[in-house]
Design a protein around this ligand. Structure first.
Ligand code: AMP
Length: 140
């Protein structure tokens, strides 16, 4: 599969569509998922384009997972979660809907199941409030 430079995350990286940004550095960007499967669901993407894990340049993995760890720690603390699920899909058959490599961070609470994948849009006030808490936890 060839990389489509007009996928949603490429547009977010170019600033053509907005996102609720949590963290950015030279190689990665973290932002809130607009259809959260758990409270505080967020995404981390490398800036270097690839459709997924399988066609990525392995050089991106160190910076990608360094940001995943940073944001997962902050999201867990901010959401007062008991654990964190980290997941990543490759290909439509695997559930991928946006074809720019991304890692899902899902803060988990004991006994609370994940909501449907790409299910329902969350109210922007709730996304913003959770983002503020995660950003605050990132600075600690
Ligand atoms: P995947 O199915 O792994 O490709 O996941 C794509 C994720 O991106 C889903 O969880 C969507 O809810 C999320 N998503 C889609 N569009 C946007 C957007 N504009 N901003 C933030 N998250 C998005």
């Amino acid at each position: 599969m060839t990389y489509d430079t007009n996928n949603i995350f490429a547009k977010i990286l170019r600033g053509e569509i907005p996102c609720e940004k949590l963290y950015e550095d030279e190689h990665t960007l973290a932002f809130m998922d607009i259809m959260p499967q758990a409270e505080g669901h967020c995404l981390v993407i490398p800036k270097k384009p690839s459709t997924g894990l399988l066609d990525a340049d392995p050089i991106v993995f160190a910076s990608l997972f360094s940001t995943v760890q940073k944001v997962a720690r902050a999201a867990k603390a901010a959401m007062q979660a008991d654990g964190v699920t980290v997941m990543q899909f490759n290909g439509a058959a695997a559930g991928q809907t946006v074809f720019h490599l991304h890692v899902h961070i899902l803060p988990r609470k004991d006994g609370i199941a994940l909501k449907a994948h790409s299910g329902q849009m969350e109210k922007s006030e709730i996304i913003k409030a959770n983002a503020e808490k995660i950003r605050a936890a990132l600075t600690i």
